[in-house]
Design a protein around this ligand. Structure first.
Ligand code: ADP
Length: 682
């Protein structure tokens, strides 16, 4: 195999690292940044005074790359080379090359703000501009000042604007590692296809029957599409009239693929066989699959977007950026000249695509990040002035402060509270942490741990079959009084039924639940129990077994804890309208998502007050994972809301400079109207 480009620059890289605290390394995808840099620095003695941390924005990349590196250095995974992702730590005292998600490194910096355990920190895949990597960039800037003599920071990327990052780090050097890309011919469609799935399939079949050997990589937007495409392709290939002279092996590649399936894409194709890999944008830069000669680019990507003015998430299929299109095409030219079939006209590429993807920090809820920054307790960190590579909007920072206040993580002056500090210690989004803390107070932590674990394992949908005759399913699902208290309660019941079956995999299959996900939930639950025990210094009350305990018929304690955790996500039923109205500093009409168990209540009655896990915008605004709560629990939250003052929360009144700017951006509380109308409705 040819030497990876980065290895040819070993001396140059080491020299730059030796002389500078921060170095930016730009290299084509597949040049060896993720797998080789850590090994180079280890060979050159950088692990003598600490370990090397390499962050990855994606869990699957952290696992896959660390496996590869362990293999290359001939170590057992988890010994010299290991990985740590949320809820999974495969490292030991011996680990000196540690791959970890950017979120895990942020969390580690909470318990050790100087990150003394590391001599080198590599922020890999920085071009992805994940929210956590962007925050780490700001923190690294502080850290190199604090530890300039014994910390090296490398920022590596395939396509990042190196000059911008270099400027951010006081003009640190940029090393460009030229790749060995072969030319890639770009073939545009004359128009956008009506159905890009069908169109990609036809293109793939065409390549397979007519073009010389070489693997095909098709970019789709998500798991569902990929699964559909894989089965359709397999069927068509079997019945191909105009047969190809070789066999074909169709393989999916996405973030939720079980590890044994991921490994398959890294094995070369069998003799006289063409691989057709159907992937999400994970194959753009995160994972490099060798042997690709043909790329089919639909021009789309699935992107999660948060709107701070509505508090709503949308998961939209959007057009990719030009940078992404170029990356996709580049995948075809790694081993020989290749072809990229762009299923859109060139005018779309030049005139409609954005130059680069909008960084996540500008399209995410910042609640968790702001809590994290607050909990660092750095005297000179004013959230509104934190040094970001690209600043988030003031609106989304203000939104985060308001949400944190409503769930008691910060006080009315924007200072982090004792509860907020405990919340930051939990590897969960703030509402879930708050729920656990409250549940601990109310004596129902065991139940809350189950719900939180099920939500974290993303077992968020349970296929409800309405009017089902299936008695078994009803037994599992239905509450004694024939109604439902909400999706979190259902999740609890599902887990408890599984527990009663002695964690029987067949039970999961019968119930249409993925065994792997349920096992993950069990593991997460166990880990969260340990963290809760540690945080509360052994005073927590978690029943070791879920069985044989007396449960309140209406799950009052648990629902009350959820109401506290989701105090920022409340809704009230509209009497003369088929739906709900969110309560808070923004009010809007929303509906219970059709997948919710509340929609299945036998008498069709919906509760007067609910909390929800998230608001999503599909055809209409929908609340997902909804739970009935009592009005008496809602009133104190509304009172808090009335007192809320964004000026005080942001601390802007104290720093006169921001005051003027704030005046322009944020309307005074009285102008918001919501708090008044809430008062009226009570
Ligand atoms: P970069 O980070 O610059 O994109 P990588 O270090 O990820 O490059 O990849 C370098 C080489 O290692 C590529 O040829 C890639 O195919 C190979 N590689 C990376 N991860 C794995 C893996 N898990 N299994 C097999 N090969 C891998």
């Amino acid at each position: 195999m040819a030497v990876l480009p980065i290895l040819r620059f070993e001396d140059k890289i080491v020299e730059a690292v030796e002389k500078n605290p921060v170095v930016v390394i730009i290299g084509e995808t597949g040049s060896g940044k993720s797998t080789q840099l850590s090994q180079i620095l280890r060979r050159r003695g950088y692990t003598r005074s600490g370990a090397i941390a390499i962050t990855q924005p994606r869990r699957v990349a952290a696992v896959s790359v660390s496996r590869r590196v362990a293999l290359e250095v001939g170590a057992q995974l988890g010994e010299e080379v290991g990985y740590a992702i949320r809820f999974e730590d495969r490292t030991s005292d011996k680990t000196c090359i540690k791959y970890l998600t950017d979120g895990v490194l942020l969390r580690e910096s909470l318990s050790n703000p100087r990150l003394d355990q590391y001599s080198v920190i590599i922020l890999d895949e920085a071009h992805e501009r994940s929210l956590n990597t962007d925050i780490l960039l700001g923190l690294m800037k502080r850290l190199v000042k604090m530890r300039s003599s014994n910390l090296k920071v490398l920022i590596t990327s395939a396509t990042l604007d190196g000059v911008k990052v270099s400027k951010f780090f006081s003009d640190c050097p940029i090393l460009n590692v030229p790749g060995q890309l072969f030319p890639v011919e770009k073939l545009y469609s004359s128009e956008r296809p009506k159905n890009y799935i069908d169109s990609s399939m036809r293109t793939a079949l065409d390549i397979h029957s007519r073009e010389p050997p070489g693997d095909i990589l098709i970019f789709m937007t998500g798991q569902d599409e990929i699964e559909k495409m894989v089965s359709k392709l397999e069927e068509k290939i079997q019945n191909l009239e105009e047969g190809s002279c070789m066999d074909a092996l169709v393989l999916p590649l996405h973030g939720s693929l079980p590890p044994e399936m991921q490994v398959r894409v890294f094995s070369p194709a069998p003799q006289n066989c063409r691989r057709i890999i159907v992937a999400t944008n994970i194959a753009e830069t995160s994972l490099t699959v060798d042997g690709i000669v043909y790329v089919i680019d639909t021009g789309y990507v699935k992107q999660r977007q948060y709107n701070p003015s509505t508090g709503m998430y949308s998961l939209d299929v959007v057009q990719i950026s030009r940078v992404q299109a170029d990356q996709r095409a580049g995948r075809a030219g790694r081993t020989c000249p290749g072809k990229c079939y762009r299923l859109y006209p060139s005018s779309v590429y030049y005139e409609e695509f954005l130059d680069a993807t909008v960084p996540e920090i500008q399209r995410s809820s910042l609640t968790g990040s702001v809590l994290y920054l607050k909990s660092l307790n750095l005297p000179d960190i004013d959230i509104l002035k934190f040094d970001f590579l690209d600043s988030p909007s003031r609106e989304s920072l203000a939104d985060a402060l308001r949400q944190l206040y409503l769930i008691d993580a910060i006080d009315e002056n924007g200072m982090i509270t004792h509860v907020g500090r405990t919340m930051a210690e939990l590897p969960l989004e703030p509402s879930l942490s708050r729920t656990l803390i409250e549940a601990n107070e109310l004596g129902c932590l065991s139940q809350a741990l189950t719900v939180v674990a099920m939500l974290s394992a993303e077992i968020t949908h349970f296929p409800i079959q309405r009017n089902t005759k299936d008695k078994k399913r009803k037994q599992v699902l239905q509450l004694p009084d024939g109604s439902y208290w909400g999706d979190p309660i259902l999740l609890l019941q599902i887990y408890e039924s599984w527990d009663r079956s002695d964690y029987d995999p067949d039970w999961c299959i019968e119930q249409n639940l993925q065994v792997r996900n349920m096992k993950f939930a069990k593991d997460v639950r166990k880990q969260l129990s340990l963290i809760m025990k540690k945080i509360s210094k052994g005073t927590v009350d978690i029943q070791s077994s879920l069985r044989h305990k007396i449960v309140e018929q209406d799950y009052r304690g648990l629902r009350r804890a959820l109401c506290r955790g989701y105090g920022n996500q409340l809704a009230e039923r509209m009497l003369h309208h088929n739906g709900f109205r969110t309560l808070g500093y923004r009010s809007q009409l929303v509906q219970v998502h059709p997948s919710s168990v509340l929609e299945a209540n036998e008498d069709g009655r919906l509760p007067d007050y609910v909390v929800y896990h998230e608001l999503i915008s599909t055809s209409r605004p929908f609340m997902r994972n909804v739970c009935a709560v009592d009005m008496s629990w809602v009133i104190p939250i509304l009172k808090k809301l009335e007192k809320m003052d964004i000026y005080k929360l942001s601390g802007a009144l104290e720093s006169g400079k921001i005051e003027q700017e704030e005046n322009k951006q944020l309307p005074p509380p009285s102008a918001e109207g919501n708090s008044k109308s809430i008062g009226d409705s009570m």
